[in-house]
Ligand binder design. Structure first.
Ligand SMILES: Cc1cc2nc3c(=O)[nH]c(=O)nc-3n(C[C@H](O)[C@H](O)[C@H](O)COP(=O)(O)OP(=O)(O)OC[C@H]3O[C@@H](n4cnc5c(N)ncnc54)[C@H](O)[C@@H]3O)c2cc1C
Length: 338
């Protein structure tokens, strides 16, 4: 176990915000994790679990214990006939895991290649891209419950996995540490569904391509629209796509002849947060050290040295501008750490 005090978290979050943690603990094993949690409880210190820091917004110095889940790196495979059960430790790098599965001929996660972060964080907001969500292949998570300090499995149906949400994100944040995640993957089938952009990138005979060719194509498509966080601080999409009711949809249709909208259950519609920002705010709009990306309006960028408070204020301004124009509320995607 490694412990440091008053440690800068700048290199531990992809926004590159420079705040300090009262204590930063690197837990290499389950037993170390338990010890840290007991210590924090004894001292009544708040606790925050940190993966790759690619979906957090650090508002200010953190007065508690930040636990970096770097250990827990094991991967086990078990054949079940035509499909495989794959268990991966929380600290495993997500993109590395997707590549490992593709190289092993196991299908299901290819569209999620290139997403930054760790396996343990993937269920938190049910990560998704190009028509696939982690929920499509996930069958359970192994957790350590902070309330009882016991370890158990939560089956998929207990996780309330929805669009960019789960029981871990909105209902009981920071209650459970995810220790490992269990996936069910198929052996390679030729008729896998591929998103139109990925099919186009693959060129002729996309269905005949290997899984590793598909993951490489997904990364190329992503890299064209997403800047590398090491060059421009960001946390991916800053807002989730809003889901609105039929009345709101009717109001929008009366004003705009064409806009992206996707039918949802119960007569609701999912709108594109990027499109709403594009219409409501000037291209490349920027206030001091924070702005929106010139090619991708969903990305809020730290142009260097911005504080968490500045990024939060900028996000609030975007929410007000979009609401003033469309009467649609945007909800922030990254988790705010205060
Ligand atoms: C350039 C870029 C592109 C992105 N593209 C996508 C995309 O296409 N689709 C998508 O869905 N997301 C995307 N994201 C967001 C992000 O990569 C994912 O949400 C990712 O799963 C976050 O993983 P992380 O390990 O960095 O989590 P962190 O940012 O470290 O943490 C996020 C939340 O999860 C909690 N957490 C982390 N690990 C654990 C654990 N083991 N147990 C309990 N809680 C935990 C944290 O406490 C925090 O609340 C993108 C981000 C960036 C920077």
């Amino acid at each position: 176990m490694k412990i440091s005090f008053q440690q800068s978290l700048q290199r531990f979050n992809t926004f590159g915000v420079d705040v300090r943690a009262h204590m930063l603990c690197k837990a290499d094993s389950y037993n170390e994790l338990r010890k840290i949690l007991k210590f924090a409880e004894h001292r009544a210190l708040p606790v925050f679990f940190l993966g790759g820091g690619s979906n957090i917004l650090l508002a200010r110095d953190y007065g508690g214990v930040v636990i970096l889940l770097e250990g827990l790196m094991d991967i086990d495979l078990c054949s079940m006939g035509s499909h495989w059960l794959v268990r991966a430790g929380a600290g495993v790098n997500w993109d590395g895991f997707v590549q490992y599965c593709a190289q092993s001929g196991l299908q299901g996660l290819e569209a999620l290649a290139g997403i930054p972060g760790t396996v343990g964080a993937a269920p938190i907001q049910n990560i998704g891209a190009y028509g696939t969500e982690v929920a499509d292949c996930l069958i359970g998570v192994e957790v350590l419950d902070r309330l009882t300090l016991t370890r158990y499995w939560l089956p998929r149906h207990a996780l309330e996995l929805r669009y960019r949400d789960s029981v871990f994100k909105s209902r009981h944040p920071q209650r459970w540490v995810i220790l490992s995640v269990l996936f069910q993957l198929r052996e390679r089938e030729t008729c896998a569904q591929l998103d139109a952009k990925v099919r186009e990138e693959l060129g002729d005979h996309p269905q005949a391509r290997s899984l590793t060719e598909i993951t490489s194509a997904v990364r190329r498509v992503r890299n064209r629209r997403l800047p590398e966080p090491g060059h421009l601080g960001n946390a991916g999409s800053f807002f989730v796509n809003p889901v609105v009711d039929a009345d709101c949809m009717e109001r929008l249709l009366a004003r705009y002849s064409q806009f992206p909208a996707y039918a949802q259950a119960g007569g609701r519609w999912k709108l594109s947060a990027g499109w709403l920002i594009q219409q409501g705010v000037a291209v490349g709009f920027r206030v001091s050290r924070v702005g929106i990306h010139t090619h991708n309006p969903l990305l809020v960028i730290n142009h260097g040295g911005a504080t968490g408070a500045e990024i939060i204020a900028f996000g609030g301004l975007l929410q007000r501008l979009v609401f003033a124009k469309f009467h649609v509320e945007l909800v922030r995607e990254p988790v705010c750490v205060e």
